[in-house]
Design a protein around this ligand. Sequence first.
Ligand code: BV8
Length: 246
Amino acid sequence: MSFDEAALARARERVAGAERILVLSGAGLSAESGLDTFRGAGGLWRNHRATDLATPEAFARDPDLVWAFYEARRAAAFDVEPNPGHHALALLEERLGDGLLHLTQNVDGLIAAAGARRALEIHGSLRQVRCSRGCSEPFEDLRRPFPHPAVCDGCGSLLRPAVVWFGEGLDPDHLDRGFAFGARAEVVLVVGTSGQVEPAASLAREAARHGAALIDVNPEPSLLASHATEVLTGPAGAVLPRLIAT
Ligand code: BV8
């Protein structure tokens, strides 16, 4: 791995000396597990753009197409394993306990599969479904294939994936906790995200604005790189184990 060793050494110092680290992860963290990112070459599905399918309008217009998209993503996510990047973040959480808060944009469940106990899935989870009218809480349903069309026991509305679609609000509790923690973090570790999606990207940017050193781990420049104290140009699975090594 030929990235800037000096930047890695400086970043490792910061991580080793930090008592509070906010982590924001995106699709790139799961790329080495074999899952497509949103906007990379694999970001297309049956020549639809993922971002066009991840909306309530798409579901209202064509629930079969949207469920086929999520069925493919569930099948892929349930069949792969966490990679060394996930394991490194789970180890860092074990080391720091309440001193680490991991906000993941990923819905693939891989950070929990790697042993992380407290990551917040701020965009929801492929492992859960919910009533499309929102009359009840999301619940885990791992059936493959999911028996769409299936309806809510409570109100008879179609069940949908329990993920946050574009145009839908994130859990206010996740946002409150993320902004509050980030305001007091010494380091904000951004891993595998293009930084294009809001309000997730603001959670990292605000932490940096409050003085946290932003470390951006990505093979390519992200929209958050301009706020970074250190940019580690490389894949998460290779960089993170070296970043957290003591
Ligand atoms: C909201 C769940 C308001 C579903 C996702 C105009 C109209 C409408 C809305 C907006 C608008 N302009 C802005 C918005 C807001 C919108 C938004 O941000 N749009 C963007 C596209 C401009 N945001 C929203 O709509 C949010 N809600 O604003 O609601 C509101 C408020 C209150 C009440 C009601 C409404 C909701 C956003 C959440 C959308 N859901 N996912 C699903 O997964 O199917 S977002 C989706 O994008 C995924 O979660 C994904 O993770 C996320 C972010 O993308 P990335 O993770 O960054 O993935 P990407 O492919 O972009 O990048 C991958 C990166 O990895 C790359 O940089 C690559 O270089 C790197 N990489 C590759 N390999 C590796 C690697 N890195 C490390 N290692 C590697 N090996």
